[in-house]
Design a binder for this molecule. Sequence first.
Ligand SMILES: Cc1cc2nc3c(=O)[nH]c(=O)nc-3n(C[C@H](O)[C@H](O)[C@H](O)COP(=O)(O)OP(=O)(O)OC[C@H]3O[C@@H](n4cnc5c(N)ncnc54)[C@H](O)[C@@H]3O)c2cc1C
Length: 403
Amino acid sequence: MSAGEVIRIVDVAVVGAGSMGSMALWHLAKSTGLSVLGIEQYGPAHGHSAFAGESRLFRAANKEGALYTTAALEARALWTELERESGRQLLLKTGVLAVAPEGHPFLESTRRSISDGDLPHRFLDAAELRREYPQFAIEDGDAGVMDVLGGGLRSELAVATAQRAAIRRGAEILYNTPVLDIEESGDGVAIRTSAGMIHAQRVIVTTGAWTTRIVPELRDLVSAIAIPLTWFMPEDITQFAPDRFPCWMRDMDGEHAFGVPSLDGYSVKIAPTTDIEVIDDPATDPRELSREQLRECTAIATRMFPGILPEVVRSSIHPESTTVDHVPILDVSESGRIVIGAGFSGNGFKFSPAYGRVLAELAESGSSPLQHPLFTLDHHRRRARARADDLVLADDYPVLQGH
Ligand SMILES: Cc1cc2nc3c(=O)[nH]c(=O)nc-3n(C[C@H](O)[C@H](O)[C@H](O)COP(=O)(O)OP(=O)(O)OC[C@H]3O[C@@H](n4cnc5c(N)ncnc54)[C@H](O)[C@@H]3O)c2cc1C
């Protein structure tokens, strides 16, 4: 088949069937009567993109502000719906425990979002943390906040499940089919792929770290970064099983880390937030942590968790797209034909069913009740024009800090 031959004509094409694309496909297939096609450069669930690495944190209490708490609660309801529809457990309901020195800004903003959203929670002092969570090294003056509705998402499983759910409801997905470029034509969008041309009335671009390859005009707004993950072996794995150990975030001695209980029965994810690099080529660049990075992560992890062996047993690096202020882009072009979902800035997975719904609604009707003004291209263009130094951020500006 020649690359110029038209192989499909559809109402909506979704380029990139990863975190956001798979959810947009599911929504389009279940809530609209449109013909829907996903186009993915790799297979169904793969190790090359932002969703890979076994798990992601789900926080209902968002330290970044009320805007995200609303999206998280919407997403939680949709995670439950997808679990029901597929019969698969995607969300581990362990809660998310934030531990930090009393008065730490993350602890304060988490508490604020709990009280603003009236969310179920527990506040713990140092003595309670030592008694109930002996896995953590707790210092005098530490405090904890348990976000009861939080937990961990099985991310590869979730993406594959949303794709399957979409296919069962009539969507089609072309795997191993890179999109080379897209171009608006008079009556739709021409999508050039490795397998031939596709013609769609509207296209949703959810290509993560590859976004600016498909929509080069976004170069000033979106860049690609690489985020590392690490796992360690505990002396006693039972202490880190999901029935004893929650998902967590820890701030200690100026370092930040997050993690998820053991899902494989031998290792536990403890991921210090170090070395987030801007990258040029998400497919190749970089794929491994250096020995120095591994040592640094080990030093932080063993300070936070004395009961682990001092060596990384698993590690991986994942490409992600980010914006200047870490607020995502969920918007549609002026023509109404190209919908963009990008710039999730290390924070998007938990929201993916809600954001997928926004993208599906933007493609279907051009608007979505869940689309916040900060998510628009207009906001991001204004933000990019302003020099960082000139920006005065309001106290409640929802700066995302990751996961
Ligand atoms: C290491 C790490 C840890 C994180 N931790 C958390 C967390 O704890 N909680 C949380 O909520 N969020 C977290 N995030 C953020 C979250 O995972 C991302 O925001 C989210 O996965 C981004 O989704 P996406 O759809 O934009 O990109 P992806 O999931 O990467 O999907 C993009 C898809 O597009 C495909 N694609 C790209 N180009 C093309 C093309 N030309 N043709 C066809 N297909 C193409 C890719 O193959 C991929 O499948 C984390 C991110 C990383 C990297």
